[in-house]
Design a protein around this ligand. Structure first.
Ligand code: G3P
Ligand code: CA
Length: 268
């Protein structure tokens, strides 16, 4: 078994800001990206959906209701699904005031805007393809955007991981661009891991679903790039859970509170 990494250890887990530093700024906005950078964290996770007119936007839910003022701006457009609104309509929405009045005027970013801010901040991106069953062809569209933005050159490739709960989506991304690092969101049975290792470099499970034995089983296999599979676990927001994840030997911790995880790692 792989021994657990400790703070200061070369294998101390990477800390990834979930939906940006989403405990401190509205999730999946440029403000949350900037907050993570200001706190000194370089890895940011996000979620990608698609508008009615085919624009990729950064939003967790397939509905605009929870994190925008869409019901007020567009009454009568229930159930307010992202796929039923144009990019121009979504650009009119406020995606910050639900979180705090300090963020009034914050918008839902397009994926292009989001990636350019990540680039500007010298951050790295864990990009989640959300609800791909709603958006046929979204995998090719994302790969094309990554390519057009220069994210698939040798210098950028280490800065992008594409993840999804959909194994089919990851197979498509891997087939289109085998050089891209991919992460499967979930906890495949150990007996299935070898199959997943054909198209995914990481297995990203809920922290409640794993054990040290499971992480060892993942680490024992090589992924499509000939390196041991890695484990980024979610969503860890306190010291006790951080220490549990460290004890499991994970490689990355996805968190709404990156500062709390960093403090716990330093105290471990
Ligand atoms: O990155 C892991 C995590 O984001 C998966 O769950 O629902 O927050 O996208 P969710
Ligand atoms: Ca996500």
């Amino acid at each position: 078994p792989v021994p657990a990494a400790r703070a200061g250890d070369a294998r101390e887990p990477t800390v990834l800001a979930h939906r940006g530093a989403s405990a401190y700024a509205p999730e999946n906005t440029l403000a949350a990206v900037d907050k993570a950078a200001a706190m000194g964290f370089t890895w940011v996770e996000n979620d990608v959906q698609r508008t009615k007119d085919g624009e990729l936007v950064v939003l967790h839910d397939d509905s605009l209701v929870r994190t925008t003022d869409v019901e007020r701006i567009f009454p009568g457009r229930a159930p307010w699904k992202v796929k039923d609104f144009t990019a121009a309509e979504i650009a009119r929405l406020d995606a910050g005031s639900w979180f705090s009045s300090a963020y009034t005027g914050t918008h839902v970013p397009t994926l292009t805007q989001y990636m350019r801010r990540i680039e500007h901040n010298h951050e790295k991106l864990l990009l989640e393809i959300k609800n791909p069953e709603l958006y046929p062809g979204i995998e090719r569209q994302i790969v094309t955007l990554l390519d057009n933005e220069g994210w698939l050159d040798g210098g950028h490739l280490p800065r992008i991981v594409v993840q999804s709960f959909s194994a089919d989506s990851l197979r498509i991304v891997h087939g289109l661009r085998p050089a891209v690092t991919t992460g499967y969101l979930g906890t495949p049975p150990v007996s299935d891991l070898r199959r997943y290792a054909g198209f995914t470099d990481l297995v990203n499970p809920s922290v409640d679903s794993i054990s040290a034995g499971y992480v060892s089983s993942v680490h024992a296999l090589n992924g499509p790039h000939g390196k041991p599979l890695r484990v980024f676990t979610w969503t860890v927001n306190d010291a006790a859970t951080t220490w549990k994840a460290v004890g499991y030997g994970v490689d990355g911790i996805i968190t709404n509170k990156p500062d709390a995880v960093r403090a716990a790692l330093r105290a471990s």
